[in-house]
Design a protein around this ligand. Sequence first.
Ligand code: ADP
Ligand code: MG
Length: 361
Amino acid sequence: MSTLELKSVSRFFGAYAAIENFNLTVASGGRTAIVGPSGSGKTTLLRLIAGFEVPDLGTITLDGVTLAGDSTFVPAHRRVIGYVPQDGALFPHLSVAENIGFGLPRGTENRDRRIQELLEMVSLNASMASRWPHELSGGQQQRVALARALAQSPKLMLLDEPFSALDSGLRVSMRKAVSKVLSDAGVTAILVTHDQEEALSFGDQLAVIRQGRLVQAGAPKDLYLRPADEETAAFLGDALVFRAHVSNGWARCALGNVIAGNAALNGHAKILLRPEQLHLSRSTLFPNSADGCYGVVVGSDFGGDKCTVMVQLQAPLSEDELTIPVRVPAMDCPGPGTRVHILVSGTAHSFTADRRALSPS
Ligand code: ADP
Ligand code: MG
């Protein structure tokens, strides 16, 4: 178990800052997901931690030992950090067993036993040992790559989008299986992904990266409900952002009066709601009630278990004929022209005019 600390880490490619002034702490035994769009610097960040890149500025320490910075550089092979690269990168000319045992000393009694143990750890049948990488499915190849990285009994495991090549059902089961393997082995883990669902469900910490910079880090639920800015809000899930006037703990917006998460705030602001906070019912009372707001269904998207209904909000609360998406169970999906009532549950998260979140909220 180990605590990883990145302090003011920067990595430049020419004049381009792939990673800039990056600070992050990963607690011992913890699981951190790092999420960001393609090209935001995720792979560069993992390569800096693994020792395949040298930071231009800042320090990286593991358990208080400096790995990089302060005129120190511990090479990758001496860091005892496991790294599963983006494409798995198995050696095509080596069998599964030889891939897994690649870093284990040859000619030792324990070698074969250790390879069998590692196969078991990642739930691969012992009969797979003699197969070639091309004879494996995508999910099996990822498991072999993970077993190879686990072979060194790393203190820290780095996973670079390990599930991106898998189809959605397998992704979820692999994610759970890998999570279990890592926590059973007590390995601190960092998973990089551009998939918001994967990011929200993997770890106890979520860090959002954009253009090489850390935007926000914290518990996944906190980031989902209280994102630092509108862009992060939209990146982590469907976001409904409204103009509002906040006073005495209430935000008055197109949906009526909603409890404002930040009681100290007064005046004009923008508020965030998640679609699951909106509850829709068919309305015969049209068009006035003290709570919530009214609207008319103007369209719908069928999405399997859930259906997204587009509701045009009615005056007087909405100034500009706002149309918003509301999720409903597919069997209850009201058709176009249906008059509906919308109630909001929970609290609204407030942003200030400069799009930064007000804190604390
Ligand atoms: P991500 O993994 O989030 O998609 P990367 O870390 O791979 O992003 O890349 C971040 C940025 O740094 C990209 O613009 C990429 O082109 C650039 N970059 C990465 N590695 C190098 C390199 N060795 N030389 C020059 N530019 C690089
Ligand atoms: Mg990458």
